[in-house]
Design a protein around this ligand. Structure first.
Ligand code: C2E
Ligand code: CA
Ligand code: CA
Length: 626
């Protein structure tokens, strides 16, 4: 419209000017010309004005669309934005943003409750923010709102804007709600650093804490002690009573240990039945010994889980910073080596690390590796020790004892390698091999004319629990043809400590097969009358340490008397092992012990030598030398 009016006016003024110039000869000619020029000028000015108007209208439109875009970006973006002036009053808040809505930052108030914000920003963070602003730097960090249970976490960027004179003009605050990420990250952190079952720090976290304690102690020249706690016999409980019982034992153990340690100490659950305590702050041997003793005591107390009463014990190894190592891994390894030392002495005790233990640990590892190939490399040999009846001095049986020919390790004895094999699980294959070979040997001797001997085979508790002992025994009997009644399985009382229906069932089935059961090493541990009543043992073996004491010690004689009488009253036969002299044999015979074995007759011998010994013994008997 504006342009049309302009064009028409322009035409009129041109017409007027032309008329005044070419034809209209009037007295008013100069006036008309002046009018035309004036009109033209006005028109030009109007035109210019219109153009300006149009330009500014377009600019306004562009600005509007620009600001609409910016607003859309701000209000629908993922971040909450605040624009503050130098007095921290809000100049802009994208109040629709859920984060700010939640924080009750109403636009109507046009100011934010900085007090509310400040309350949640710790003094240290506040100081850092102030420092960043005065250094004209951007501050980036995490702000937490709400209590720890239901906290929101805002990842926040605070950017100061300064004017040309360098004065703070505005502050742009940009926040993003990272609560969900944080919750996931926290869960991941927990899963990565804590034991799910007990809620205690795990191995990885313990190692980290240990390294921090080492750093602090190095600065202050402090010493401290590390305790590695390992529960004894947990495997048996696991197999007989199940994982859920064991899990409850771990939870209860964690609680018992927690009650023993002070707040400044670190208690961790390394996994399975292993726990670790870092005695932060200077700690001495005596203090650690007292603690270890009280931890052992706590572990000894029976656990009442469901309807079971479970008794366990623990082995504890201690290493000291910096004497035993100055890095976390070494200290942990050495505490573990000390724990193994405690365990190898029967458990339920603690040991401080000493250098010999590292070589022991290396040796154990090497032994485990070598044991893997021992059967294939034909390194095992069976030795047989005669068992003699005290009634008629006849050779009635043998106990088979395993020997390992391994030059690299210096032919370790069974007391050493059986433990390693038990720990690594290799005992199952080895035990089966012993059973099969020994059964075949006895049958071969019977065929060769030797009297039918009973064969006693040592069975490790692990073979009962992890292996299928019934299948192994049946296979050995079937393959060899040895009558079941000639086979006696020697079991130590460790297996019976936790009386379980599963083990009793196996015992029953073995009895149904017809094999005999013998309770080995009686008198060394916890075995009591109640075990003897509960389990169908045919034989009780009085431990050699006990027999060792009977010549010369009245108490031992009285006790031996009682054991033999008690075993007989339960219908069991008694074998005394480790008989080394005639006096011991006399005492045992007088006390009606049924059988003996020991160096007095013969140590365990390889098969060939045993046959020679048996022939010689038989000859001596015939010539009435015995
Ligand atoms: P154990 O079952 O108590 O075996 C008796 C141990 O006493 C044998 O030691 C034997 O050599 C030793 N001994 C025999 N008579 C005397 C004596 O008069 N005086 C003394 N001081 N000792 C005597 P060895 O052969 O070193 O076996 C040690 C342990 O290793 C055995 O104790 C047994 O628990 C275990 N073991 C041996 N062979 C096997 C096996 O094939 N399987 C399993 N699971 N364990 C085995
Ligand atoms: Ca034995
Ligand atoms: Ca024994």
């Amino acid at each position: 419209m504006g342009y049309l009016a302009l064009v028409i006016s322009l035409l009129i003024s041109v017409a007027l000017a032309a008329a005044s110039y070419f034809g209209l000869k009037t007295d008013y000619q100069p006036a008309i010309l002046a009018f035309a020029i004036l009109t033209a000028c006005t028109l030009i000015l109007s035109f210019a004005f219109c153009v300006c108007l149009e330009v500014s209208r377009r600019r306004a439109q562009e600005l509007k669309s620009e600001s609409e875009k910016l607003l859309a970006l701000l209000e629908h973006g993922s971040s909450a934005m605040l624009l503050l002036n130098a007095n921290l009053e809000a100049e802009y808040i994208n109040h629709r943003h859920p984060t700010l809505e939640k924080r009750r930052l109403e636009k109507s108030q046009n100011s934010i409750d900085m007090k509310q914000w400040e309350e949640h920003v710790g003094p240290e963070t506040r100081l850092r923010i102030q420092e960043a602003i005065s250094d004209r730097k951007i501050w980036r960090g995490e702000l937490r709102f709400g209590d720890s249970e239901q906290a929101d976490y805002l990842s926040t960027t605070i950017s100061p804007i300064f004017d040309d004179d360098g004065k703070l003009k505005r502050i742009v605050v940009c926040c993003e709600d990272i609560s969900k990420h944080k919750a996931i990250a926290d869960r991941l952190f927990i899963r990565e650093h804590y034991n799910i079952l007990t809620g205690l720090p795990n191995r990885q976290f313990a190692l980290r804490s240990l390294n921090t304690v080492i750093e602090k102690s190095a600065l202050r020249s402090n010493e401290f002690i590390l305790l590695h706690i390992d529960l004894d016999r947990i495997r048996y409980i696991n197999e007989s009573l199940g994982h859920h019982v064991v899990d409850k034992i771990f939870i209860e153990t964690a609680e018992r240990l927690r009650r023993c340690v002070r707040d400044e100490h670190i208690l961790a659950h390394l996994g399975a039945d292993e726990f670790l305590i870092i005695l932060d702050k200077s700690s001495c041997h005596d203090e650690a010994s007292i603690l270890a003793e009280s931890l052992l005591d706590r572990c000894r107390a029976p656990f009442y889980i469901e309807q079971h009463e479970v008794t366990i014990s623990a082995s504890i190894g201690l290493s000291q910073y910096p004497t035993d190592g100055n890095d976390g891994n070494t200290l942990m390894r050495r505490a573990e080596a000390a724990m193994f030392d405690a365990k190898s002495q029967g458990g339920d005790r603690f040991s401080f690390y000493d250098e010999s233990m590292s070589s022991q640990a290396d040796r154990r590892l090497e032994m485990e590796n070598q044991l893997r190939h021992a059967i294939a490399r034909d390194e095992f040999q069976l030795h047989y020790q005669p068992v003699i009846s005290l009634r008629n001095n006849q050779l009635v049986g043998v106990e088979v004892l395993l020997r390992w020919q391994n030059d690299e390790l210096g032919n370790p004895g069974p007391d050493e390698f059986i433990q390693v094999a038990e720990h690594s699980g290799q005992i199952i294959a080895i035990g089966n091999w012993v059973l099969e070979q020994a059964c075949q040997q006895i049958v071969a001797w019977s065929r060769a004319g030797l009297p039918a001997l009973s064969l006693a085979v040592n069975i490790s508790s692990k073979q009962f629990i992890d292996g299928d002992i019934l299948a192994s025994v049946s296979r050995a009997l079937n393959q060899s043809g040895l009558p079941a009644a000639q086979l006696e399985l020697e079991i130590t009382e460790g297996l019976l400590l936790n009386d379980t229906p599963a083990i009793r069932d196996i015992f029953k089935e073995l009895k149904t097969l017809g094999v005999h059961l013998s309770l080995d090493d009686f008198g060394t541990g916890y075995a009591s009358l109640s075990y003897l009543k509960r389990y169908p043992f045919d034989t009780l073996k009085i431990d050699r340490s006990f027999v060792h004491d009977i010549d010369g010690c009245e108490d031992s004689i009285t006790l031996t008397n009682a054991i033999i009488a008690m075993a007989h009253s339960f219908g069991m036969r008694v074998i005394a092992e480790g008989v080394e002299n005639l006096n011991q044999r006399r005492i045992l015979r007088e006390r009606h012990c049924d059988m003996v074995q020991g160096f007095l007759y013969s140590p365990a011998l390889p098969a060939m030598e045993f046959v020679n010994w048996a022939n010689r013994y038989s000859e001596m008997q015939h010539s009435k030398h015995i």
